[in-house]
Design a protein around this ligand. Structure first.
Ligand SMILES: [Zn+2]
Length: 307
């Protein structure tokens, strides 16, 4: 292994540090670790919530250099090994915008004043480099069972993300308090191409069908004295609601054919939730196809002028 040869060939007045970060989206936690084999020193810690993997990698480098700075040992140079290309690239270019990168660059300068140079060396991860594997295991173990909590500063981008996630969860909590399923079916906020059409008329019709607040007899009958019956205007002995006109009413059988065939082809149950694209577990492409077929059906059946 070339790196092992390189590492073993370093002069004795140099010191090597192995750094790594780890991130678990499931646990919403980031951790970092460093290992200095020559001193038999290792440390691991957990970063504040919202810290990215980049922050974890930078934190590992930052703490290892601060440790060596405080140790007051005299080395000619420090070799920092990290498998994070983005951390090294950020430090090599202009890392001043990131608070942890700023600290790293500051410590590098302080070490320089003492006559100690710092070299950042990228190493590929998981290729059997012993010390890198060890520091990787340390960081991963820290994610699973945190030992020390660091109070690092979040970068501007991380702060924005924290606020965004907070707003998302507040928005979702608000949506989930509504009784109708059309309001709370989505797991994400933001526009979805299968929920809106380019034509405003179609978009309005789709939202009316999803919410149940439409001009079909079943709903109109509740408040419009001119509406004589909640039943289907085509003579069916059934309430005229979204379920009836979209899925059942034989009056629209011919226009409905393409939509039905699509569901047979996709192998998805032909029910209201699926037809109105309110089932997030269906893949996005299929939802888009359903959306187009439904829009065509609304136009062909002229239901677009009724709902
Ligand atoms: Zn009918």
């Amino acid at each position: 292994m070339k790196l092992n040869i390189f590492y073993n060939s370093l002069p004795t007045d140099n010191i090597s540090v192995f750094c790594d970060g780890s991130c678990s989206p499931a646990l919403k936690r980031s951790s970092a670790a460093f290992l200095i084999p020559a001193l038999n020193v290792s440390r691991s810690w957990t970063l504040v919530p919202g810290s990215s993997i980049l922050s974890a990698e930078l934190s590992a480098i930052d703490s290892s250099l601060s440790f060596l700075y405080r140790a007051h040992e005299v080395y000619k140079s420090i070799f920092v090994f990290s498998d994070s290309k983005s951390a090294i690239q950020l430090l090599s270019s202009n890392g001043h915008s990131h608070p942890i990168a700023f600290n790293v660059l500051n410590t590098i300068n302080l070490l320089k004043v003492r006559g100690i140079s710092v070299s950042l060396v990228w190493i590929p991860s998981h290729v059997g480099i012993l010390f890198n594997e060890q520091v990787d295991a340390l960081a991963r173990q820290e994610v699973i069972s945190p030992s020390i909590q660091f109070e690092n500063h979040l970068s501007f981008a991380e702060k924005i993300l924290v606020v965004k996630h907070k707003l998302q969860s507040l928005f979702h909590a608000d949506l989930y308090s509504f009784p109708s399923f059309h309001a709370k079916h989505r797991k994400k906020i933001g526009p979805a191409s299968y929920l809106n059409a380019r034509s405003r008329k179609i978009s309005v019709a789709l939202h009316r069908l999803r919410s149940g607040h439409n001009h079909l007899n079943s709903h109109r009958f509740k408040f419009d004295p001119q509406c004589q019956s909640p039943n289907c205007r085509n003579g069916c002995n059934a309430q005229e609601n979204a379920n009836h006109v979209l899925l059942i009413c034989p009056f629209f059988d011919r226009e409905r054919q393409r939509l039905r065939l699509l569901f047979t082809r996709l192998g998805i149950p032909f029910n209201l939730k699926n037809v109105l694209c309110l089932n997030d577990s269906i893949d996005k492409n299929s939802l888009l196809n359903i959306h187009y077929a439904l829009s065509s059906f609304l136009i062909a059946s002229k239901l677009i002028n009724i709902v």
